[in-house]
Design a protein around this ligand. Structure first.
Ligand SMILES: [Zn+2]
Length: 307
């Protein structure tokens, strides 16, 4: 009798914790648990918030493991910097106060299973890579959402950097003296190419505060200010991708995240800018592809952390 290996992939989102049971490259069951970790961190002292995050995550995983007792390991995509040496969460920009906690170690002890934690964008990159039929030697992933995350896969493995901070692409400066960023700098990519950036571009031009998908609908209906906001997202992405291509020379740049649905509105400006910025020998070498995996890549990538 052959043994079917099941692993759990966990995605910690804004208000939800998603746990997927992964067999092969398929999520056979996905469960969602309410988990507003950001509010917990804002409302409680760090030590209390941490215990609460641990309790909620453990309880969710125990429920799933009770249903799937053959689970071989648990991987977690976490919104923060993870130490490549210790596997501990160093800090998380979205979860203030949370510093140097051992999510993987504590969960592993409590569950009695191998647990690994990695940065969520890097985990999404790894999932996208696992889903590719033809695997390149190196691949860059850009996740466009409320911010811009990134991940590099090299030689079949996620590349976290020496401090777990590789591919902080959202903070590549694309406009000197540009918009103020949460990181303290001016002109970072995510101030233009994330959903918040598109919203800011449209508000600057029109004084109207709309959601990114509403601006996309206006662009499709011929609103030139709305199209200009997406053109700016595309051209700034082009600048960042040109830097990445010149530094890393990946065969593939994969674009995912919720904002990637607006790809048709961004792609011309992106490709024009990329063509202009790349050195001739690199032009047309880097393939740019939009992810077709929906929101499954984060779960699958997490599950494969313990493979
Ligand atoms: Zn920044």
């Amino acid at each position: 009798m052959s043994t079917i290996i099941e692993r759990l992939g966990v995605d910690i989102g804004g208000t939800n914790l998603r746990v997927g049971v992964v067999r092969g490259l398929e999520v056979v069951h996905e469960l969602r648990f309410p988990a507003d970790f950001s509010s917990i961190c804002k409302q409680h002292a760090p030590a209390t918030a941490w215990q609460e995050i641990l309790r909620i995550t453990l309880s969710a995983l125990q429920q799933v493991v009770a249903e799937y007792p053959r689970v071989a390991g648990v991987g977690i995509g976490f919104p923060g910097f993870i130490s490549p040496e210790s596997g501990r969460v160093v800090q998380s920009p979205n979860l203030p106060g949370l510093r140097d906690v051992d999510l993987a170690g504590e969960l592993s002890d409590l569950l009695g299973l191998p647990v690994k934690v990695e940065n969520d964008a890097l985990v999404a990159a790894f999932g996208e890579y696992m889903l590719l039929a033809e695997k390149p030697r190196s691949m860059v992933y850009l996740g466009l959402g409320t911010g811009v995350g990134g991940g590099l896969i090299h030689g079949g493995q996620p590349y976290p950097g020496d401090h777990g901070m590789a591919m902080e692409v959202g903070h590549i400066i694309v406009t000197p003296h540009g918009r103020k960023c949460g990181c303290g700098n001016l002109g970072c990519l995510e101030q233009y190419a994330a959903a918040t950036g598109v919203i800011a571009s449209y508000a600057e031009a029109t004084g109207e505060q709309l959601l990114a998908h509403e601006i996309a609908a206006r662009a499709k209906a011929g609103d030139s200010h709305a199209q200009a906001a997406y053109d700016l997202a595309g051209s700034t992405l082009g600048i960042a991708i040109a830097h990445l291509a010149k530094t890393l020379d990946p065969a593939l740049v994969l674009i995912g995240g919720g904002m990637s649905q607006a790809w048709p509105l961004m792609q011309k400006a992106l490709k024009d800018q990329l063509h202009q910025d790349l050195i001739p020998v690199l032009r047309d070498k880097t393939q740019i592809v939009v992810s077709g995996s929906g929101d499954q890549a984060g779960i699958i990538g997490a599950a494969y952390l313990t493979a």
